[in-house]
Design a protein around this ligand. Structure first.
Ligand code: NAP
Length: 464
């Protein structure tokens, strides 16, 4: 594996102020090699430990996260701009995931006996080895823990290549496992740019790969993993539909819709992005949605009163502005927000666009920021057609007063999740992942922990 020899650094910039927070040296080739060697050795020993041993350490990690929540949350807020209360809730959710897998991993990976010609035959789940995790900045703790808690409980080791704008958070996570007593090498961070990921994938010491990120990064990881014949999981983008049918509870739908779009300043793969509303209630929904959206005023993310912080980087805001401008040129109307305030920081107002159609950038592309596209559907059938008219297939919501009909319609929505009368959210107990260009494989639940396992068939004779 070749990493550029000359010393280079990566900077963390506070997106609320534009000020540089810290500068981190990139790891050298020798450092990366040592990390991978340590990971391989540690995984061999770790995989032989009992679930009880591994679970005890994972519970300590949960405690460590809680004990350090104020510091960790502030680091996320400073590096990527989410409001401090949301950052604290994210750290808490990571502790929950650690506890969930500490309590359930053994059950999820228990031998499964299956009758056959054998005296006894069963499936045994064996860890694969060292798993490379390429992660995004939008939930800088949660994205990593939802991979690491199950992977480590299963007996794998993890090597994290985090997004280059959240290196302090990456080091916080490494610290959590180290200080909780995990053996050195079971979880490590490598500080390298995205362009170096393909060399890591090709390295023999890496057994499998998971990425949460954009479609182009996913294509690259899938190609390189394919070339190296390594198992991989892809959690990529989304353009989730939030469907509101004529019989929906409009005030409740509007309130949830605003949260689904504007949480994390719209920077979530499972944000509601395309609000597809039946003609009969379109105007009522738009009026209620705009009112609810006004609550998402922008401000200093370190101030507890702030509902929405800046975007994570100014280039992300520039991309969003292009998508809005392109849609307005084609006839969309801005009924709320639409501009960036004067002054420093990557802020952008909560924005609602109406009269959106299926030709516009805000419909066709993923919008990773606080811009809601509202689309008129003739009826429920048309709403389903519009919802499926996307290259993505991650999550989505469907609001209706008729839950049975909602369940029937949900079967026709081409996504990894449909939330009826709610908004898409991840939960350690439920599988998470997509279809189409949103990727493949699942995280969380018993399905997520089985992704990086050798599903081993054991046959015991004599034959019956
Ligand atoms: P990104 O640019 O794809 O970055 C994600 C990670 O991939 C970072 O660690 C990045 O490293 C790395 N990376 C970039 N280019 C790469 C390449 N060619 N090969 C391998 N790795 C590469 O995405 P982002 O802007 O941080 O995050 C936003 C995207 O992630 C959105 O599309 C969003 O929908 C998606 N996302 C999906 C989920 C999900 O669960 N499905 C969850 C959250 C976000 P550097 O930072 O060093 O470039």
């Amino acid at each position: 594996m070749m990493i550029a020899a000359q010393a280079k650094t990566v900077d963390s910039i506070n997106p609320a102020t534009g000020a540089k927070l810290e500068s981190f040296p990139l790891h050298t080739e020798a450092e990366i090699g040592a990390t991978l060697d340590r990971a391989v050795a540690a995984q061999r020993e770790w995989s032989r430990r009992s679930f009880a041993d591994r679970g005890a350490l994972m519970k300590r990690a949960a405690g460590y996260l809680r004990a350090n929540r104020p510091r960790f949350a502030l680091n996320a807020t400073r590096e990527m701009g989410k409001p401090i209360g949301d950052a604290e809730a994210e750290v808490e959710k990571c502790a929950w995931a650690c506890e969930f897998y500490a309590d359930n991993a053994e059950k999820f990976l228990a031998d499964e006996h299956i009758a056959s010609t054998a005296t006894d035959s069963y499936i045994a789940y064996q860890p694969l080895g060292v798993v490379l995790a390429v992660m995004p900045w939008n939930f800088p703790y949660w994205q990593v823990f939802r991979f690491a808690a199950p992977a480590l409980m299963a007996g794998n080791a993890g090597v994290l290549k985090h997004a280059s704008n959240v290196t302090r958070c990456a080091l916080d996570i490494e610290e959590t496992f180290r200080e909780s007593g995990f053996p050195a090498g079971v979880f490590s961070t490598v500080i390298v740019p995205g362009a170096e990921v393909k060399r890591l994938i090709a390295d023999d010491r890496i057994a499998a790969v998971t990425i949460t990120g954009s479609e182009p990064a996913g294509v690259s990881v899938a190609s390189e993993s394919g070339r190296a014949l390594k198992k991989h999981v892809l959690e990529l983008g989304g353009s989730d539909a939030f469907i509101v049918l004529a019989d929906a509870d409009i005030p409740a739908a509007a309130k949830t819709a605003a949260k689904a779009r504007f949480q994390n300043a719209g920077q979530s793969c499972i944000c509601g992005k395309r609000f597809i509303v039946e003609d009969a209630v379109y105007d009522r929904f738009v009026a209620a949605f705009v009112e609810e959206s006004k609550a998402y005023t922008i401000g200093d993310p370190e101030d507890r009163a702030t509902a929405m912080g800046p975007l994570a980087r100014t280039d992300l805001r520039d991309d969003l502005v292009k998508q809005i401008d392109g849609s307005v040129k084609k006839g969309a109307r801005v009924v709320l927000g639409g501009s960036a305030p004067q002054g420093p920081g990557a802020f952008f107002e909560a924005t609602v666009l109406v009269d959106v159609d299926d030709t516009m950038p805000v419909f066709r592309e993923e919008t990773f920021g606080p811009v809601a596209a509202v689309i008129r559907a003739r009826d429920a059938e048309h709403a389903i057609v519009l919802a499926n008219d996307s290259t993505f297939g991650l999550g989505g919501a469907l609001w209706t007063g008729d839950v049975e009909r909602g369940k029937q319609l949900a079967r026709r929505i081409e996504t990894g999740a449909v939330f009826i009368n709610g908004m898409t959210a991840s939960d350690p107990r439920l599988p998470f992942g997509g279809v189409k260009h949103s990727g493949y494989g699942r995280e969380l639940s018993y399905l997520g922990i089985r992704e990086f396992m050798n599903i081993q068939t054991v046959w015991v004779g004599p034959s019956k």
